[in-house]
Write a protein that binds this ligand. Structure first.
Ligand SMILES: [Zn+2]
Length: 273
């Protein structure tokens, strides 16, 4: 490697990272995104089809309608963050899984076990809004981008990968990002990403007119459910402790309640702020 190449590397790397930057909605954080959003949405849709083929759908009409009703309200307030989404909300019949997930392109899955901790519309909204927040914050894009840079073995390779976008991404690679060890379709995000999704999700739920306080009751019930059981290692290592998440939610609650009251005032003039 010549001296000139060495000098050029940081410059190229900087320009690559700047051009592949994304501003996270609500928090405004600048994040790395070298992927193609269109490609990722396509691959996510195929991965979602695969998940649908592997899991039985719920036939509980009331619950299916609830997921649809709540999901559509959240989808409306995130329109500008995901303008090309082709929304789909699917309830899977698996009472053992206290879980939900969302994917690029607007694909949302809920497992019936989730109702153990999220029973009301407000509670369900807090979970769905959190999952959608992971998507609008492009947390998967960010992780893939970091892997692209790490695997590139140099800036030249990185440029090549960037040009290809997520074109080389397969459904199995994408599904591999999900934690399959505990049969959870849960992405093992790091703690900061979880907290970011908590904050953004709280604001989305409030904007959609759902009581943001429900986010805390869901986490308290999650703690009660999981506290007694040994947690899967990935869950324990990547998710911030629930009390930490509750503290952050409480800090953000005055703002969320303001947003909630404004939203309620718009949709229902009879309710005073
Ligand atoms: Zn999460």
């Amino acid at each position: 490697m010549t001296a000139r190449t060495i000098l050029c590397l940081p410059i190229l790397l900087t320009s690559l990272v700047i051009s592949g930057c994304y501003q996270v909605p609500v928090t405004g954080r600048r994040a790395l995104d070298l992927t193609s959003n269109v490609e990722l949405a396509k691959v996510s849709t195929r991965a979602f089809d695969e998940i649908k083929s592997r899991h039985r759908r719920s036939t509980d009409r009331a619950r299916v309608d609830q997921v649809q009703r709540v999901g559509e309200r959240i989808a409306r307030v995130v329109f500008w963050d995901m303008p090309n989404a082709d929304w789909e909300f699917v309830l899977f019949d698996d009472a053992r899984q206290i879980n939900a997930f969302a994917m690029a392109g607007g694909k949302v899955g809920v497992f019936s076990g989730l109702f153990r901790i999220a029973d009301t519309d407000d509670e369900l909204a807090s979970v769905i809004a959190h999952e959608i927040a992971h998507v609008t914050a492009r947390h998967v894009h960010e992780r893939l981008s970091q892997e692209m840079l790490a695997q590139a073995g140099g800036v030249i390779g990185g440029v090549g990968l960037m040009g290809a976008g997520a074109g080389s991404l397969t459904t199995s690679t994408l599904l591999g990002l999900y934690d399959s060890t505990a049969t959870l379709q849960m992405l093992a995000y790091d703690r900061d990403k979880e907290k970011e999704a908590d904050y953004i999700g709280l604001m989305y739920a409030a904007r959609a007119g759902f009581d943001p306080e429900a986010a805390i009751s869901v986490l308290e019930k999650l703690e009660a459910e999981t506290g007694a059981q040994p947690r899967p290692p990935a869950f324990a290592s990547t998710h911030p402790p629930t009390p930490d998440r509750i503290v952050q939610l409480r800090d953000a609650m005055p703002k969320a309640l303001e947003v909630y009251r404004t939203a309620r005032g718009r949709t229902s003039p009879a309710i005073a702020p």
